[in-house]
Design a protein around this ligand. Sequence first.
Ligand code: GLN
Length: 470
Amino acid sequence: QKCLSLIKKTKFLNAYITVTEEVALKQAEESDKRYAKGQSLGDLDGIPVAVKDNFSTSGIETTCASNMLRGYVPPYNATVVQKLLDQGALLMGKTNLDEFAMGSGSTDGVFGPVKNPWSYSKQYREKRKQKPQGENEDSDWLITGGSSGGSAAAVSAFTCFAALGSDTGGSTRNPAAHCGLIGLKPSYGLVSRHGLIPLVNSMDVPGILTRSVDDAAIVLAALAGHDPKDSTTIQDPVKPWMLPSLNDVSKLCIGIPKEYLVPELSGEVQSLWTKAADLFESEGAKVIEVSLPHTNYSIVCYHVLCTAEVASNMARFDGLEYGHRGDMDLSTEALYATTRREGFNDVVRGRILSGTFFLLKENYENYFLKAQKVRRLIVNDFANVFNSGVDVLLTPTTLCEAMPSLEFIKEDNRTRSAQDDVFTQAANMAGLPAISVPVGLSSKGLPIGLQLIGRAFCDQQLLTIAKWFE
Ligand code: GLN
């Protein structure tokens, strides 16, 4: 009830696209009954959770914040949604995002932008007063980051205890950093993607946003596991439930990738990054500088691979099977064209066009195949570092704290989201687990997160170190 009333009170944040009040209340009632009867309870029994609106939910509209899927009601639950429900979680609603999870601000969905709850914190407001007046109060808010900004705002505003995001290039970790939360991207293959409407199949992972590392571990334990409906899930997952307390970090080796010290990095983030490295060192860990030499190519490489997969994935939205349908009086070709023009925003259409270009027969080798080779080099960079004895990498999550919306929207979304993913994207290319942990506040009183990247399928170790670090 408290969470539902907070959802209503914070409606202006635009965190939710659909609030599933009736569903949540019914589930809460059932949970109460189980409790009263002394029946066995799930790990998430009675816990309010929210789900990003690109996960299919049976009987509940699933829009991807796009006109294309407005009104689309899936006939089945994504595996991760089903697992949350099986563990007794209460579904509070479906959260807002950038259209089809393309973006890093959560400003681009058809239902309007998500506002960062920290925009309204006392400390930030006080600082804001010193700024020159004249801006429209309505536009005076900070972005959440994205594309899982609705999930981040929902947890940050206490409307739920955990939320599912998706993470293809940083979409869970980026908003977690901007909203002062834990954002976990599990290893690729640990958690099923079945029912997650794809962006880049080879990089998409369901992500978890929570207030603490322990909470993230509990949710991961509920979600992880082989799924016959996702052939990329592994058979034998680790069970990271109940993390051990790490008292001693002296056996750990922490790598600091030197290529991550980019000129665009804000001074405040850099200084917290240094402080964190010093903390590990002063507690006895070995902290070493390492090199990931192909880092500079990861964003360009991502652009080719992402758009190529987008061009192929989006072919299913033809106006016949799902959601929006254009003018039926036209030819089939024209029906496709009007459907897609009306259904997709310009970011999605732009990516379909770029991807189609990269996949043209004459371009395939020069762009797509070359990008795959570069991806291999990036994967090898990580392998070399981990093989040399490094346990985790410590990096910033984002270049700076959450930006004011006006500043963010001024910049071209495509350029912006390319820059924003500089620290997070490569982990998706390599399928590695990564987590953003809030480490402090900026001088404006806004949260800053740092990222830990671990070895593939060493999610439990990563979470244990993150717990020590949080
Ligand atoms: N910002 C990246 C993009 O727009 C990543 C998005 C994501 O992780 N879903 O493609």
